[in-house]
Design a protein around this ligand. Structure first.
Ligand code: HEM
Length: 343
């Protein structure tokens, strides 16, 4: 805008935008928003597959060779609608993530995690395009789903770390990373607890093999793995029993040694999600995998992933971020508390 045609109120607006800074608390809210958005994308993506709309649009990013947007057909509308919804959420996320540069003081661990998300999202979008181009070939669908959980893990780590107080400022006014973490449980329990996310990863990976073998490929023509659904579901559920055993053993050891209440509370939340997920898993298997139950199963899988990560991350602590007394009166470092009841 030529300087002559700028009004004082324009100047004010531009100056205010340029001077905009994000407080640590506001940044924490942005990271919570990122976690919810990434979860939302996973749930709506599953809905596309489960309504058999995976090839509703045969091209990407346009819907078909001839149509930029979807024609007035059910599957095309579902698939294209999801592209628009997830596109908008991704754009908002892409815009929100660089806000780490506006956080004052800046902190390198948060900046790195934010940029990891920033780079990962377009990669996930391109992978989504490859899924369509390869006619829903299972390895592409699996990679797309599993990569979305990697992004979710980055979001959870960002949210978790943004709850800790900044380290001291360096010469350039940037905060150092938060201090050394102090364990809340014994070393053996810490190792056990940290084994839970990889164990959940194995269960989830096997779940995607079951899906790739089962009836919900995303379209009637989608290729399937030529495996026995019974055998792969048995393998998947055996891994679930192993995971359940490890979780119970870990929590029992923690309970016996008097682990802090917040650790036990996160563990209990994890157990509740795990038991519900197991029940839904068996129910869907014995009722012929109805799509609506599979949608719940996928939603719970993403939820369980978040809670198992929060549990493992919450086994150590650092000084927590405390809201200024005039904004809010309680610390905001407990991820489970805030996820369940965002302030
Ligand atoms: C910790 C518990 C569990 C987790 C985290 C889990 C996770 C998953 C995941 C991530 C998928 C793939 C979803 C997709 O690719 O879109 C899946 C599929 C599946 N799971 Fe589980 N699962 C669990 C328990 C169980 C149990 C106990 C059973 C019982 C047999 C079960 C049966 C199935 C079946 C049949 C499918 C395929 C559904 C389809 O056709 O798409 N799951 N599971």
């Amino acid at each position: 805008m030529p300087a002559a045609s700028r009004t004082p109120s324009d100047d004010n607006w531009v100056r205010r935008l340029a001077a905009y800074r994000l407080s640590p608390l506001a940044f924490r809210r942005v990271s919570l928003f990122a976690v919810w958005s990434l979860g939302f994308i996973i749930v709506t993506g599953a809905a596309v597959r489960l309504t058999g709309s995976g090839l509703g649009c045969t091209d990407w990013p346009a819907c078909t060779h001839n149509d930029l947007v979807s024609p007035w057909q059910y599957h095309a509308l579902v698939e294209f609608g999801n592209r628009i919804v997830t596109g908008v959420v991704s754009v908002v996320l892409l815009a929100a993530v660089p806000l780490s540069a506006l956080r004052r003081p800046r902190r390198s661990d948060l900046t790195w995690l934010s940029w990891g998300l920033f780079a990962g999202l377009p990669a996930e979008i391109v992978l989504g395009g490859e899924v369509v181009r390869h006619n829903l070939d299972p390895p592409y669908v699996m990679a797309h789903f599993l990569f979305s959980l990697v992004l979710l893990a980055l979001g959870v780590a960002l949210y978790h770390r943004s709850g800790f107080e900044d380290g001291p400022l360096d010469g350039r006014g940037r905060a150092r990373r938060p201090g050394t973490p102090s364990p809340l449980v014994s070393r053996a329990q810490l190792i056990l607890g940290r084994l839970l996310p990889p164990a959940a990863g194995v269960v989830i990976f096997l779940g995607t093999i079951v899906t790739s073998t089962g009836p919900h490929g995303g379209a009637p023509t989608a290729p399937r793995f030529h495996l026995s659904l019974h055998d792969v579901a048995k393998l998947h559920s055996s891994a679930v029993w192993g995971f359940l055993g490890l979780s119970v053993f870990t929590l029992w050891r923690m309970y016996r040694s008097g682990a802090p209440a917040e650790v036990m509370r996160r563990g209990e939340t994890l157990m509740v999600v795990l038991v519900c997920q197991g029940a839904v898993g068996y129910l869907q298997y014995f009722s012929g995998v109805p799509a609506w139950l599979v949608e719940i199963h996928v939603t719970l899988a993403a939820t369980l992933w978040v809670f198992v990560l929060l549990f493992a991350l919450g086994l150590t602590t650092r000084p927590v971020l405390v809201a200024p007394a005039n904004v809010a009166s309680r610390p905001v470092a407990d991820p489970v508390d805030t996820l369940l009841a965002p302030a």
